[in-house]
Design a protein around this ligand. Structure first.
Ligand SMILES: *Cc1c(COP(=O)(O)O)cnc(C)c1O
Length: 400
């Protein structure tokens, strides 16, 4: 690791890294990380400019390439995920795009999980497909299906999220890493729902971790951003190389917000998990609620795997109402505290109807295959007092 990490030896624990890793103090000796809102950097003379551009002397040139605030965020997130290199991006989707554009070529094949974040599926099916990249979808928990879908010599990437949205199904990362290694494909894990506070895919054998920093890394619903973490060759060189040419770079301001978000990530995740568990256990007992999806429940099909692979069970809970779409909409419209909004991972609790919003663009068949029934409601449990959230849900259920 580089010179600026000398204040963060590898032996430090994650909560210390979240607060301390990656900081580079300026000559002003600021205590809190500095924000550098500048598009370019000045050279002492023409020779220094030439050396920078030639790559012969290290340092900043232009903020599409590097920016000190963005670099501090990247180093901190790399430390938390246990990766050698990290690059920040303008959004979670540009992290997915940059990964695919940097590491795939015409004729390559991806095996991905059904029910990925809707826009990721759109990107694969409507855009990457135009460049000769093919995608096959399998059920995220079906290891035999993953193995069978791999095309020897053509499959370059296995792509998944775990837990999934909104069903909270849990993928076996270590087993999938083995399948990926056997087929010389890269295992890419979108770690948005767990964050490094709960799960470190790289330690389980994944090659790359993708983040929508928009969600829990910010944690307060302010900025859109993303990141990719992995080894130096894949991320520090290939993905970074694409990014500096293509341009979806992270803004310094957003990086600063995410940097401060990382400092409280672990504490926030603990609180999100605790409240989500309380609400999941309560929802199970409510009449009219047919099914609750939460990995922390012993009834969850991958409860044991989640307990092994994750530090806790996350802040996302979904459930199915007996009355279908009408009941789901009536319940959602009767809530006073939960915000009806597309974001998740916010201090404010949010509620969505997946079948008509996040997964509304899927075909009826794809939605059925993904198990997203019309009566499903998804909660992102925030940091309000859980008693108030429970009262709000009780009000919603009573209206159905
Ligand atoms: C939101 C989200 C994305 C996309 O991130 P943006 O920051 O909105 O571009 C990707 N994956 C998952 C799992 C998400 O929830």
């Amino acid at each position: 690791m580089s010179e600026s990490d000398n204040n963060t030896p590898g032996s430090l624990h994650p909560d210390t890294l979240a607060v301390r890793a990656g900081q580079e103090r300026s000559a002003q000796m600021e205590h809190s990380e500095a924000l550098y809102p500048t598009s370019s950097f000045v050279f002492r003379d023409a020779a220094e400019a030439a050396a920078r551009f030639a790559g012969e002397s290290p340092g900043n040139i232009y903020s599409r390439f590097t920016n000190p605030t963005v670099r501090m965020f990247e180093k901190r997130l790399a430390a938390l995920e246990g990766g050698e290199a990290c690059v920040g991006t303008a959004s979670g989707m540009s992290a997915v795009l940059a990964t695919c554009m940097a590491l795939l070529g015409q004729g390559d094949h991806i095996v991905a999980a059904h029910g990925l974040f809707g826009t990721t599926t759109q990107l694969f099916d409507n855009h990457l497909s135009r460049f000769g990249i093919e995608v096959d979808y399998v059920h995220v928990t079906d290891l035999a299906a993953w193995r069978k879908a791999v095309r020897p010599g053509r499959t370059r990437m296995l792509f998944l999220e775990t837990p999934t949205n909104p069903l909270t199904e849990v993928a076996d990362i270590a087993s999938l890493a083995q399948i990926a290694a056997e087929s010389e494909a890269l295992l890419v894990v979108d770690n948005c729902f767990c964050t490094p506070a709960l799960q470190q895919p790289l330690a389980l054998g994944a090659d790359l971790v993708i983040h929508s920093a928009t969600k829990y890394l910010d944690g307060q619903g302010r900025c859109v951003g993303g990141a990719i973490v992995g080894n130096q060759a894949l991320v520090g060189e290939q993905v970074y190389g694409f990014l500096r040419s293509a341009g979806p770079s992270m803004s310094p301001f957003n990086a600063w917000v995410f940097l401060k978000g990382l400092e409280t990530l672990s504490l926030r995740m603990q609180a999100h998990c605790r409240a989500a568990m309380t609400l999941a256990q309560w929802l199970v007992q409510q009449p009219g609620v047919e099914k609750v999806h939460y990995p922390g429940l012993e009834s969850h099909p991958q409860h044991a795997l989640a307990a092994r692979q994750q530090r806790d069970f996350g802040g996302i809970v979904s459930f199915e109402l007996a009355g279908g779409k009408a009941a789901a909409w009536r319940m959602i419209d009767s809530l006073a505290l939960f915000s009806i909004t597309a974001n998740l991972g916010d201090t404010k609790s949010t509620v969505t109807h997946p079948a008509t919003t996040t997964h509304g663009r899927l075909s009826e068949q794809a939605r059925q295959e993904a198990g997203i029934v019309p009566g499903m409601v998804r909660l992102s449990v925030g940091l309000e007092d859980v008693r108030d959230l429970q009262d709000d849900l009780a009000r919603g259920l009573a209206a159905v």
